[in-house]
Write a protein that binds this ligand. Structure first.
Ligand SMILES: [Zn+2]
Length: 435
């Protein structure tokens, strides 16, 4: 084997269609490889006639690290003159865009390598940046762009029948501005089928009907036709978007959010009664304040001691009856979801919603409010029992994203946050071939 062929095999430059003619080390730990382009394309980009070789230019680009050291390729790129008088192209370079994208400072294979290290080996941006001898910002931008390419790879959205839609706050700014929220789209199909875990499909800025509708509209027909169930929280914009964009999908309101809504009302009721009976906000020693936590816990999870304390707290004052009644409904709601047989659960839930949707006695303002809002969403609440789809896994993914946000960066840029989340939880590993 020729020496250059040996070097090209070791450095895999052979795969780039270039051959090493010289090499050098610099004082900054980098290996420089000087390469000729093999079989350069000499045809004019405009008229496609072969040009006349004029000279060469040196294009320096970062490539894969070699034996642990950052590498720079110096590609000797031929320049040609088009001699077709009718063309007007003048001078042009041999096309090496298969090796490195126009104006890029890094070979294509290095970009793929960077994303692989981050996804498969969970390497940090700074570790990857050090391996390739590039700056943090450069590597971050390259990885994010590559992740976007992989995330939109054909086939990545195949097979989604159960779509989870959720929202969460990504930027903790004052107020509730739409821009501090993201709408999170998750594939729940593997959960419902029992074949795997949920997968982050995408995230879009904002929390609005438009955020979801625009995303659904941008997918192809076959994706939209396949969706049977969309689980969501109580936000009505998502329900409207689902109804408008998807013909065959049922909207399901997630049990987590229904229970959460009831828990909120129970808490407001407890605070109100607390204030009415003690004349101040809850403090240690107040009977209702003392039971604020067991009140929200599933009764089956309480110890006998906690149950006794709960009972005596609720019975400590006559006016506590409002809390007792709201509490009983809250537990009934949880029990309906807990029914082993989904049909029994559905009947129990329907009866409960019907009972509290109107005619709740006075003095139970929070319960009356809860009854009205749940009744308005009864179709989606009851649909849960037919489909068994829950956003629980969406919450779990949110938890991971919260954690992700907590580390280091603070993500002031939403796109960076979205793409980093995709790298982290998007299941991109199977689609890396798209690079
Ligand atoms: Zn030409």
């Amino acid at each position: 084997m020729q020496r250059s062929a040996i070097a090209d095999t070791i450095c895999r430059t052979i795969e780039l269609g270039v051959t090493i003619t010289d090499a050098a080390l610099d004082g900054e730990d980098r290996t420089h490889l000087f390469c000729e382009v093999l079989a350069p394309k000499s045809s004019c980009p405009r008229c496609e006639r072969a040009g006349r070789l004029r000279d060469h230019v040196d294009r320096e680009v970062a490539d894969l690290p070699i034996v642990g050291h950052p590498t720079r390729l110096h590609l000797r790129v031929p320049r040609y003159a088009c001699e077709n008088g009718a063309c007007g192209q003048g001078i042009f370079r041999a096309d090496i865009s298969a090796i490195v994208a126009p104006r890029a400072a890094v070979t294509r294979r290095t970009i793929a390598w960077i994303l692989r290290r981050m996804i498969l080996d969970k390497m940090s941006v700074s570790a990857v940046a050090a391996s390739v001898g590039l700056g943090w910002n450069t590597v971050n931008a390259l990885a994010l762009q590559a992740a976007r390419t992989v995330a939109s790879a054909p086939g990545r959205l195949d097979g989604v029948r159960v779509l989870g839609v959720d929202e969460h706050k990504w930027k903790h700014v004052r107020g509730n501005g739409d821009s501090s929220f993201v709408t999170v789209l998750v594939d729940l199909t593997p959960i419902v089928d029992g074949t795997g875990s949920a997968r982050l499909l995408d995230m879009v800025g904002g929390r609005s009907k438009a955020a979801l509708k625009d995303w659904l509209d941008a997918r192809d027909d076959s994706f939209r036709d396949r969706i049977r169930v969309v689980t969501m929280d109580g936000f009505t914009g998502y329900r409207t978007a689902t109804a408008e964009a998807l013909d065959k999908a049922r909207a399901v309101m997630d049990p987590f959010h229904v229970v959460h809504l009831a828990a909120e009302k129970l808490t407001v009721c407890r605070q109100r009664v607390q204030h009415d009976t003690c004349g101040h906000r809850g403090r240690t020693g107040d009977p209702l304040y003392g039971i604020r936590r067991p009140l929200l816990t599933r009764i089956a999870l309480l110890t006998d001691k906690q149950k006794a304390r709960l009972r005596s707290g609720l019975e400590a004052h006559e006016e506590h009856v409002a809390v007792s009644v709201t509490y009983a409904i809250y537990q009934e709601l949880i029990n309906a979801y807990g029914q082993e047989n989904k049909r029994d659960g559905k009947i129990a839930m329907y009866k409960l919603l019907k009972r509290i949707h109107t005619g709740v006695p006075s003095g139970l303002a929070e319960l009356a409010q809860l009854g009205r809002s749940l009744w308005a969403r009864r179709a989606e609440i009851l649909a849960y029992f037919d489909t068994g789809a829950s956003n629980g896994p969406v919450e779990a993914i949110n938890g991971r994203l919260e954690h992700l946000r907590g580390i280091a960066l603070g993500f002031r840029n939403l796109n960076h946050y979205i793409l980093r989340s995709l790298i982290h939880s998007g299941g991109l590993a199977q689609h890396l071939d798209a690079l």
